[in-house]
Ligand binder design. Sequence first.
Ligand code: SF4
Length: 262
Amino acid sequence: MGCSFACAYCYASFMGRFCGESIESWGRYLSVKVNAVEVFRRDLGRLSAKRRDATILLSSVTDAWQGPEKKYRLTRGVLETLREDRYPGTVAMLTKSPLVLRDLDVIAALARKEVGVTITATDDAIGRFLEVQAPSAADRLRTLAELNAAGIPTYAFVGPLLPHYRHRRDLLDELFRRIRDTGTRALFVEHLNTSPHIQQRLQPLLARTEPEVRAVYRTARQADHRRALSGMVMDLVGKYGFEIRLGGVIDHQADRNRAAAP
Ligand code: SF4
């Protein structure tokens, strides 16, 4: 519970409600589920035959390869359990950490697998500002390249799609080019999620930036900004020959607006 990478835009900060932590303290606490492998083994054994092709995702509300995993080896234990079980469904993994490479031997032995690496910018100054304690962009690109060299199916997760790219197409082009150069051919791309609980952590950080930066983030909520940025993404998807998953740029705000419409 928690994530020591502490990204300012993390949607999972709401998880604190399950352990008495505030939205603001996300990134400053970590509760390790030390019996996770034991519990997972038991739950997997109870899975009915017809559900054994379900996709299992590691992980959507924390990073399964953050620093303490070196010591606790829980993620590795879960993957070893899946390998021993000969689990036939897809094991989907998403991380920002090169520590995933430690487990290449187990991942390679899984029947169906895919590893995604989140990468939002090639500029580490931006990365350090928003992804406060996460591994550098260079480390993540190297991780994708090594996964590809080992024959593991991969994708890059470009999310959140940072708002400044609308004014710096060259930087978005560089990001896509460098992902393509790792050998990765599939992408998920997601607009900045503007949910209130995310704004609660993001706004105090933005308040300490230049007015121009704040102005760009303000426009990130606007439909024309999102349309323009989506158009740039689709042009670059074509230019570099990527497969874009879910058919386009994921936009939770547009989905919420549609759901709220009378
Ligand atoms: S690595 Fe993922 S789960 Fe962890 S803080 Fe960043 S966005 Fe949240």
